[in-house]
Design a protein around this ligand. Structure first.
Ligand code: URA
Length: 440
């Protein structure tokens, strides 16, 4: 088998055999297949697609390209959650502790920010002392003791995805359902949990801008997870508006803490409770509605917050930052962004909000950039709100006043103000299980 023949095959829309996929992934990971041939294959997949058997085969071969984590040293059922990426998405920091406080183990491997979207590891590292690189034995010990630990992916997990993702990023082949599904699910399968809840985002801040594409991606991922012997379901959630009000690492941790105290923004709280409910459901704790109420109780009685503080302490962080949020240092400078006319906010370009936060230092423009944890944006007005000319719609935070000129222009451009009140948006559009797609 030559790589040339496989590219030729896919170019004509034919299916690749499992053995062909195996050799291709092994050869590429080992550096025997050059980037230019893999780039041609990625583009052929982008245009011709892959059938279910091919996508499952690709995912399993990618998962097996490096270390597969064996979580059997952790007692009980382990459930993971994955979000396809968003702006202001701090759900893991709320849901993980909530679910763990209810007896379901969360042994989570998370990522850093990517493009305009944030990452859980960056957010957690904004807590002074918090360690995200800890030895496996200690990781297991913390999960057994506190119910949850969140670490970065080990160096040799799914190396095939690391190489493929970097190539997709520069060959305009990121937004392909077979490639996104295999990329995400290979990492989830390698991470070893028994159950996986997928939060598939749709809207202007998501990779899947369109609802039908989001459902197709969710179906594909649930099918892969199920075939690999994991229990798996997906919620399709809104990312047409940033989630909550805070965008930026330390600001998002504080908002997650407020949410665990029952004082968080309504949209964030609701999405977190439903995602937590589905993690509990996959762990066999009951039907989703009953699990929603269990999660709500863990939020109201403070057990979720207590579990977050215990996890922070176990991972070397100072729990006072969770229990007394006034400890956080504010950014050195701030700047108000004001509405330029009266009207209703009819649209927020969520990707542009994410880009504005990166301009302030909350995310990376280049891989080697360091982050300013206290930088970010607080959205005072959101979709559907009425504003008057001169009202503050957002406050920007950063290390220097020079950052505000471009970032405030970007943020202002993200807001559309119109004369008519827009329709109320749904937060959760549907649920995908192995048996059905339910649209809400
Ligand atoms: N997140 C991933 O991990 N992979 C993709 O391809 C897209 C989003």
């Amino acid at each position: 088998m030559r790589m040339y023949d496989l590219i030729e095959k896919k170019k004509h829309g034919e299916s690749l055999e499992r053995e062909e996929i195996r050799r291709m992934i092994r050869g590429f990971t080992a550096g025997e297949i050059p980037d230019y041939q893999m780039a041609a294959m990625l583009m052929a997949i982008y245009f011709k697609g892959m059938d279910e058997e091919e996508i499952t085969g690709l995912t399993l071969e990618m998962a097996a390209s490096g270390d597969m984590v064996d979580l059997s040293g952790i007692e009980g059922i382990k459930v993971d959650k994955h979000s396809t990426g968003g702006v202001g998405d701090k759900t893991t920091l709320v849901i993980g502790p909530l679910v763990a406080s209810l007896g379901v183990k969360v042994a989570k491997m998370s990522g850093r920010g990517l493009g305009h979207t944030g990452g859980t590891i960056d957010k957690l590292e904004s807590i002074p002392g918090f360690q995200t690189a800890i030895p496996k034995e200690r990781f297991f010990e913390i999960v057994n003791q506190t119910g949850i630990a969140v670490v970065g992916q080990s160096g040799n997990m799914v190396p095939a995805d690391k190489k493929l993702y970097a190539l997709r990023d520069v060959t305009a082949t990121v937004d392909s359902i077979p490639l996104i599904a295999s990329s995400i699910m290979s990492k989830k399968l390698a991470a070893g949990s028994d159950g996986i809840v997928l939060d598939v985002k749709t809207g202007s801040g998501a990779f899947m801008k369109d609802m039908e594409d989001a459902i197709a991606l969710a179906k594909e991922m649930v099918s892969i997870g199920t075939k690999a012997g994991r229990s798996c379901c997906a919620l399709i959630t809104d990312m047409d508006v940033p989630l909550g009000r805070a965008i930026g690492n330390a600001m998002e941790v504080r908002e997650a803490v407020e949410t665990l105290k029952g004082r968080g923004p309504e949209d964030l709280t609701e999405v977190c409770l439903w995602l937590a409910a589905h993690m509990l459901y996959l762990a066999g704790k009951g039907e989703p509605d009953a699990c929603y109420h269990m999660a709500q109780k863990a939020l109201e009685d403070g057990s979720g917050l207590k579990t977050l503080a215990a996890m922070v302490e176990a991972q070397g962080g100072d729990p006072a930052y969770v229990l007394e949020p006034e400890r956080w240092e504010r950014a050195a400078f701030s700047c108000e962004v004001k509405a330029m006319k009266d009207g209703f906010i009819t649209r927020i370009d969520t990707e542009a909000c994410g880009i504005a936060s990166v301009m302030l230092g909350a995310g990376r423009s280049r891989k080697e950039d360091s982050l300013d944890y206290s930088a970010g944006i607080c959205l005072h007005k959101k979709y559907g709100d009425f504003v008057k000319d001169g009202d503050v719609i957002a406050v920007l935070y950063g290390a220097g006043e020079n950052l505000f000129d471009n970032a405030s222009k970007k943020l202002l451009s993200a807001y559309t103000i119109g004369s008519e009140a827009p329709e109320k948006k749904q937060l959760i559009y549907g649920r995908v299980t192995k048996d059905e797609v339910v649209r809400f």
